[in-house]
Design a binder for this molecule. Structure first.
Ligand code: ASP
Length: 318
């Protein structure tokens, strides 16, 4: 009996550690954004196309989670679908910088070990999110830019394409108009929690139309556009410079984990503060039980959510 008593504190510690770091109910969920903005004047077929793209990505990620797959696979595969779809500002649909070049950024982070990978300014990588994951899993670094990132992609035998693969008449028009706010095309992000309670967040983008050559936004910056820690994960979209200065993604999780706010209250508070600073912004957030928030201060955000209780949403406008 005495020997058993000696073990009780240890057992309690083990119990609490598991409760806090894992998901005792096996809940799983996935949340997606396809950019925050105005989305006004969009033809009906484009609205339907965006929703269809979101749904395809949602179903793919959800299927992986439902089949006991990992959140890292769910996030990568869902983002690849969005990167391959020219209706989103990531991969294939990336917008042009001021010199008429498409420079792509992406990042990914996982909660259980705080590992992360990010790449910026690539021009020939078909799926930047896969390169970000490769950086996370197979290099001793976190972030690579331009040529160095392309070399790693080549060594990893990821799909490389001629820059003409990203050519888009529509995005060139956007550049010529210097991007009216109305004509918004969205960065993409996915956050998922799997049955083990591991949260992964990923973000991929072409950045902002007419950005200066070499400009890096928040999407590949860990803590700004992407963050995942035990109990909370975030991906953001909007005016990247503000996200970097405000460390938005991490700030939201700090308010959840240290401030005791729900994911919606934490996201709402940060997104309202960004509005006061004049920043267009949107975020998706998830906790370890699959509760999610999709919060934005613009008229619309392309978004989707599905959880293991069967709740599902795919929408763009309020
Ligand atoms: N956050 C992205 C950037 O600043 C753009 C966006 O989300 O629309 O590069």
């Amino acid at each position: 009996m005495r020997a058993l008593n000696n073990y009780i504190p240890l057992l309690l510690l083990f119990y609490f550690f598991n409760i806090n770091s894992e998901n005792p109910k096996d809940d799983y969920a996935i949340v997606i954004h396809g950019g925050a903005g105005w989305f006004s004047n969009l033809p009906e077929d484009e609205v339907e196309g965006i929703k269809k793209g979101l749904k395809q990505a949602l179903d793919k990620g959800y299927e992986i989670l439902a089949q006991d797959g990992s959140s890292i696979d769910a996030v990568e595969e869902a983002i690849k679908i969005l990167e391959d779809n020219p209706l989103f500002n990531a991969g294939r649909g990336a917008v042009y910088n001021a010199e008429g070049v498409q420079e792509l950024d992406a990042s990914i982070m996982q909660s259980n070990d705080h590992n992360a990978g990010a790449i910026t300014g690539v021009t020939t990588v078909k799926n930047p999110i896969s390169l970000a994951r490769h950086v996370m899993e197979n290099t001793k670094h976190v972030m690579f830019s331009g040529e160095g990132a392309e070399i790693i992609a080549k060594e990893a035998q990821l799909d490389l394409v001629d820059p003409s693969y990203f050519y888009s008449e529509k995005n060139l028009k956007r550049l010529k108009k210097q991007q009216s706010k109305d004509d918004k095309l969205g960065t993409v992000g996915v956050v998922a929690v799997d049955k083990k309670g591991i949260i992964v967040a990923g973000t991929s983008t072409g950045g902002m139309t007419n950005k200066l050559k070499g400009r890096i936004g928040d999407s590949p910056v860990i803590g700004a556009g992407t963050w995942a820690t035990n109990g909370c994960g975030v991906s953001g979209t909007g005016h990247g410079e503000f996200f970097i200065r405000y460390n938005v993604a991490k700030e939201i999780c700090t308010r959840v984990l240290s401030g005791g706010l729900s994911v919606s209250d934490a996201a709402n508070s940060v997104i309202s503060e960004l509005k006061l600073l004049g920043a267009d912004a949107g975020v998706i957030v998830i906790d370890q039980y699959g509760s999610a928030a999709m919060i934005y201060n613009t008229p619309a955000m392309a978004r989707a959510y599905k959880n293991s209780n069967g709740d599902e949403e795919v929408s763009i406008y309020k």
